[in-house]
Ligand binder design. Structure first.
Ligand SMILES: [Fe+2]
Length: 199
């Protein structure tokens, strides 16, 4: 048995199987600004930063869609983080103009998160850290009774958040009101198990 410490690698990419290669390339280009590093008939390798790829797509001929995808175990979603609330909100507005709207939006306490569905039905979370600081954010998750009582968070209406920002409200105030349920959608977007929705 080795007593050596684990050398920690950095998370690099995820890989999705698809029957809609070009649709997915177009969608991830529109949503998170990926560019194609390499593509052929079997797949594509995409990135939105300096890495050679961050998203791989495989499109082998034998692949089929899973009609029960939503209840199958496995990956639930991927997530991308913006450096500021303004960037998340501007991206939300830009995507709305292109007809791409989030399915579910939640203030989790440590992140404000908008969940989109790609053309295959894979969820992609676009988020901003509510603390603007990973250490503070992690500490809040570890120790906050608010998170312990409700680790899912509070549903929010991104259009109401956008309007609040337009009216000059700070992200701090928007986050406070979101957590208090003041920016919730008129209808609960999804039933969560265990009554985890504090909407
Ligand atoms: Fe997530």
């Amino acid at each position: 048995v080795s007593t050596q410490a684990v050398i920690k690698p950095t998370f690099h990419h995820f890989n999705l199987k698809t029957t809609r290669l070009q649709e997915l390339i177009d969608w991830y280009s529109a949503v998170v600004g990926v560019e194609v590093t390499f593509k052929d008939a079997t797949g594509a390798w995409l990135t939105n930063d300096a890495a050679n790829h961050r998203i791989a797509l495989l499109a082998f001929p034998g692949f089929v869609d899973d009609p029960d995808k939503d209840t199958r175990t496995g990956l639930h979603h991927s997530a991308f983080e913006y450096g500021s609330f303004e960037d998340l909100n501007a991206s939300y507005e830009r995507l709305c103009e292109q007809g791409i709207e989030p399915d579910i939006c939640i203030d989790h306490g440590m992140t404000l998160s908008y969940y989109y569905k790609d053309p295959d039905g894979n969820h992609v979370e676009l988020q901003v850290d509510c603390f603007g600081d990973w250490a503070a954010s992690k500490e809040w998750m570890r120790t906050s009774p608010v998170f312990q009582a409700n680790p899912i968070g509070v549903f929010v209406d991104p259009a109401r958040i956008s309007a609040a920002a337009e009216a000059g409200e700070s992200f701090q105030e928007i986050h406070r009101r979101a957590m208090a349920g003041d920016l919730s959608p008129s209808e609960v977007p999804v039933e969560l198990p265990g009554g985890g929705d504090a909407s």
